[in-house]
Design a binder for this molecule. Structure first.
Ligand SMILES: [Zn+2]
Length: 573
């Protein structure tokens, strides 16, 4: 039994994510986790919310809530939506957890002990009225370039010019509007990533099975310009993990917190601790996934993320781990995705453009979305959601091919035989050929899933359903029945067994429909198929079943038009 540690990039806390975010990490990670579990492997699948930093503070202020309360509420909402999409996390944690506090402080202490942290004095804008330092984006003023009066301290939204807060004319605090600002000196900690450059490069060079795109992105960051830069790991904020050196105070760092980029990936590890605690397990339960000196030597670790996150996962987080000098499990495989666009443009929260995760579940069950998103995953290039394409895909693949097959064979059997598998007849050439064909397809399906080729695996699965449909169409037991009921019984028996096979094979993609089929076949938690002949004769004559409810309703043109209108955003006609 293989052991798979699987993490999805952790979504930021400030709001509900859109379908592009879902297919960019969580959903394909779930596909992989479900597949590995179905193959009988041991899986620990983790995800969490990323809760610290300035945007969380701003969103909480906008919502009129204390930031801790805001994060707790949003975490509960994101967790409920994840459940709605059947994302099978073993734990959905929080980067604000006590485990992450302790571990982040631990890593910082180890890095300091190794001489990999340096202190830097910086000048930063302090708001006397607010009693705090202001991050660049908390300062507003008039753009010196275009005169826009609400430019932010890091960038002018109007002319896109990169700015320093001191460039702004009439700067004011975005928190209170106060203009009582001054520049003060403040001290911050920097991670000496430049000192880890060679270690990182040597580690990346061992990853010969990574896609060239991934390694080339990492190498570009290592070498471009002056090479990998040291990076600040602390901020003058209230909300976050207090800066401590392991268990001890860090003189000069009082009142400061770790920068969110530093603590967020450490949550991948901390989340395993949260998982153990939630299950009443001790530390050894999670350490055997994460510490190579405590049992994680045989773990295969796969990370899923959007392409913009690749440098972070190939350099920043590994720098933290390598720098600690401790035997933490490092990533074996990285699966990254391009972007999903929405109907000729981008998803936009501010314009209400595109389908967000909660809205999607309001209008259709999760399997419809899972199927479309995974079968159109933006793997090799960006992909685009259109309602026409969605309608065609759901109606053809799910309703006409899979749904129709299951409905047709179960209803036919009920009407001509009974609600149990009929006896009589024996397989002939056609059946043997079908089994050989489907066997070959299953092998390809498995290999695609193993290699995380998401789109291709969907194609293979659809091909397997289609083979069953073609078989039924060709042998037509409803015609055979009139002249040769024995043969019709054999064909029907095979058809029912195929329905059960489709139920099992489809479970990583469409878990609800899969469970409905398997339960209608009264097949109790059947294992993944080994020998296909055995599998397709497992439901013997006399085995009872029931006709399931309609598995997939077709999307009508009226529905499609209504949704097109509703989710088109304020800029759509
Ligand atoms: Zn401007």
């Amino acid at each position: 039994m293989a052991r798979h540690l699987i993490t999805s990039a952790i979504p930021y806390i400030n709001g509900i994510k859109h379908l592009g975010n879902l297919v960019g990490s969580q959903l394909p990670a779930d596909l992989f986790a479900r597949y590995q579990r179905a193959r009988g492997n041991e899986v620990l699948f983790l995800c969490a919310t990323d809760e610290h930093g300035t945007p969380a503070e701003l969103a909480a202020a906008k919502a009129g809530k204390p930031v801790a309360e805001y994060c707790a509420d949003m975490h509960a909402i994101q967790a409920r939506i994840a459940e709605g999409f059947r994302l099978s996390f073993d734990h959905f944690g929080r980067s604000s957890s006590p485990q992450n506090h302790a571990l982040t402080q631990h890593f910082a202490g180890r890095l300091a002990d190794a001489g990999l942290i340096r202190e830097v004095s910086e000048k930063q804008v302090y708001s006397i009225a607010d009693g705090r330092f202001l991050p660049d984006r908390y300062i507003e003023g008039t753009c010196p370039n275009c005169g826009y009066d609400r430019a932010r301290g890091d960038q002018c939204e109007n002319c896109t010019k990169q700015l320093d807060p001191t460039d702004l004319i009439d700067p004011r605090s975005a928190v209170s509007g106060s203009t009582d600002l001054e520049v003060r000196e403040t001290k911050h900690l920097y991670l000496r990533q430049s000192a880890l450059k060679e270690d990182l490069e040597a580690w990346i060079d061992t990853k010969t099975d990574w896609p060239v795109l991934t390694t080339s992105i990492a190498k570009k960051w290592l070498h471009d310009g002056d090479g990998l830069q040291d990076r600040g790991i602390t901020r003058d904020l209230d909300w976050g993990i207090p800066v401590r050196r392991g268990n001890e105070d860090w003189p000069g760092m009082e009142g400061k917190v770790f920068y969110v980029w530093f603590d967020a990936p450490i949550e991948y590890i901390a989340c395993a601790g949260e998982w153990a605690e939630a299950g009443g397990l001790d530390a050894s339960a999670w350490e055997r996934w994460w510490r190579t000196d405590k049992g994680a030597g045989d773990v295969r670790y796969t990370q899923f993320m959007g392409k913009d996150n690749v440098p972070f996962h190939t350099l920043s987080f590994p720098a933290t781990i390598l720098g600690s000098g401790e035997p933490w499990k490092m990533v074996d495989h990285l699966k990254s995705f391009n972007y999903l666009n929405y109907d000729g443009g981008q998803f936009s929260t501010s314009q209400g453009r595109g389908v967000f995760m909660d809205q999607a579940l309001d209008i259709l069950p999760p399997d419809y979305w899972r199927w479309w998103l995974l079968s159109h995953a933006p793997e090799n290039s960006d992909a685009e959601f259109t309602w026409e394409n969605f309608q065609v895909s759901v109606n053809k693949d799910l309703a006409d091919v899979l749904g129709n097959f299951v409905s047709r064979i179960t209803k036919f059997c009920r009407s001509k035989f009974s609600e149990s598998v009929p006896a009589g007849g024996a397989w002939g050439e056609t059946e043997n050929a079908l089994v050989a064909d489907i066997s070959a397809r299953i092998q390809r399906y498995e290999s695609c899933l193993e290699n995380m080729e998401v789109r291709k695996s969907a194609q293979e699965l659809r091909g397997i359903w289609a083979s069953g449909n073609e078989y039924l169409q060709t042998v037509a037991p409803w015609s055979t029945f009139r002249s040769d009921p024995e043969t019709a019984a054999m064909q029907t028996r095979l058809g029912l067994n195929l329905a059960r096979l489709f139920g099992v094979l489809s479970s990583p993609f469409i878990p609800d429909a899969s469970a409905t089929i398997v339960s209608a076949m009264r097949a109790h938690s059947p294992a993944w198929p080994g020998d296909l002949t055995d599998f397709l004769t497992a439901m013997e004559p006399g085995h009872s079943f029931e006709v399931p409810e309609v598995l997939f309703a077709k999307i009508t043109d009226e529905q499609r038009e209504e949704w097109q209108q509703r989710f088109g955003g304020t800029t759509a006609s």
